[in-house]
Write a protein that binds this ligand. Structure first.
Ligand code: SAM
Ligand code: SF4
Length: 357
């Protein structure tokens, strides 16, 4: 039986639409994938300028009234969870901590009738003063981005000298959240040699580190398939310092391939590490993701070239059912894969910071 026939918990069944879409009202696509994991970008602004994401001079930012308000975000998360079977919501950006109302957004979403699991992806600059309030508001998990522990390399990669502030944010998160995950992007000639040290540091603190392959979503269009650090290379590099064993737990749609990390000499278990091979070993066939940009547009994929506006209809008075229908139709057209290795691939106009990573 296919996923479409099975449906998903929390998915409302409706009569089959006339265009051949299935009678399941969740976010199903033509290939039977069901999106239950929503990424919401809260802002396109950021206080760092990571070379693989933003240009040095920044990007023109959205006018204030073009960005979803707290109430609009909560309304769309409510539609996603109540009408469309979304179960996990991750707030991202840009830098979500730049939203002064982040704690309130989390609190509102945590109070929804079908409360989703709530998480945050952040560069952790400024998290120190807000980690506890976010936890108290209902945030379940935090992923922080940290590419190096060396202040100069941090300043080179992020183009801002904020390593100490990031580390203070991570410490604060570790005090209040049971699970802290760390995301790192490796750039050849910059921080590739820091990978094993970063893993040691994370293991000592009980953080799960995930290395993400660099994707062509940078504003500078400097991404080079031949020069990027591949997942295979990361595994080989870490293997010179640690023993990596494939994790037995089912992947269950998670983008990271997880490994148990053992001490090379004693065989002692040290923790886990993940490698996200979005480019070289894509997991599009099991993708469960849908995205909302800060302007309230649905993107079915990071690499989509089209978007479906929900904020305009919402502001014009659309009902929950009408918004859900627009969202469903947008996801139905999702392509089988991002096609990054194909001849016709073109980088989307938006950068990672403007999509919501
Ligand atoms: N500002 C927050 C942060 O950095 O965590 C949230 C937004 S950021 C776009 C989300 C994640 O995307 C970060 O972990 C970042 O390292 C990653 N990222 C950004 N650009 C990327 C790229 N070109 N390829 C792969 N990952 C990227
Ligand atoms: Fe900002 Fe995150 Fe992009 Fe770095 S990766 S520039 S912190 S949005």
């Amino acid at each position: 039986m296919s996923l479409v026939e099975l449906g998903m918990p929390g998915v409302v069944r409706r009569p089959a639409p006339p265009d051949g879409r299935p009678a399941v009202a969740g976010l199903v696509d033509r290939f039977g994938r069901v999106a239950t994991d929503l990424r919401v970008s809260l802002t396109d602004r950021c206080n760092l300028r990571c070379t693989y994401c933003m240009p040095a001079e920044g990007l023109p930012t959205l006018p204030r009234d073009a960005v979803m308000t707290r109430a609009e975000i909560t309304r769309l998360v409510d539609v996603a969870t109540r009408e469309l079977g979304v179960r996990q919501v991750r707030f991202t950006g840009g830098e979500p901590l730049l939203r002064g109302d982040l704690v309130e957004i989390v609190r509102d979403c945590a109070a929804l009738p079908r409360r989703p699991e709530l998480s945050l992806t952040t560069n952790a600059v400024g998290l120190e003063s807000r980690a506890r309030a976010l936890r108290d508001a209902g945030l379940d998990r935090v992923n922080v981005s940290l590419d190096t522990l060396d202040p100069d390399t941090f300043a080179t990669l992020a183009r801002r000298p904020f390593l100490e502030r990031t580390l203070a944010g991570i410490d604060a998160a570790a005090e209040v959240f049971a699970v802290v995950k760390v995301n790192a992007v490796l750039v050849r000639g910059v921080n590739l040699d820091h990978a094993a040290d970063l893993l040691s540091w994370c293991l000592e603190r009980g953080f799960e580190l995930r290395f993400i392959e660099q994707m062509p979503l940078d504003a500078d269009h400097a991404w080079d398939r031949a020069a990027m650090v591949t997942a295979a290379e990361v595994r080989a590099l870490l293997g010179t310092r640690f023993t990596l064993e494939p994790d037995d737990e089912p992947r269950d749609g998670a983008p990271a391939e997880r490994f148990r990390v053992l001490d090379r000499t004693t065989g002692r278990a040290l923790g886990r590490v993940g490698v996200i091979a979005s480019v070289t070993e894509p997991f599009c066939g099991d993708c469960r993701r849908t995205r909302l940009t800060a302007e309230g547009a649905v993107r079915d994929c990071l690499f989509a070239h089209t978007e479906t506006d929900l904020l305009g209809p919402l502001r014009a008075g659309a009902s929950d059912g009408a918004l859900a229908d627009l969202w469903r139709t947008a996801m139905w057209g999702k392509r089988a894969g991002h096609g990054m290795d194909g001849p016709g691939f073109t980088q989307p106009a938006r950068t990672m910071s403007a999509i919501g990573g």
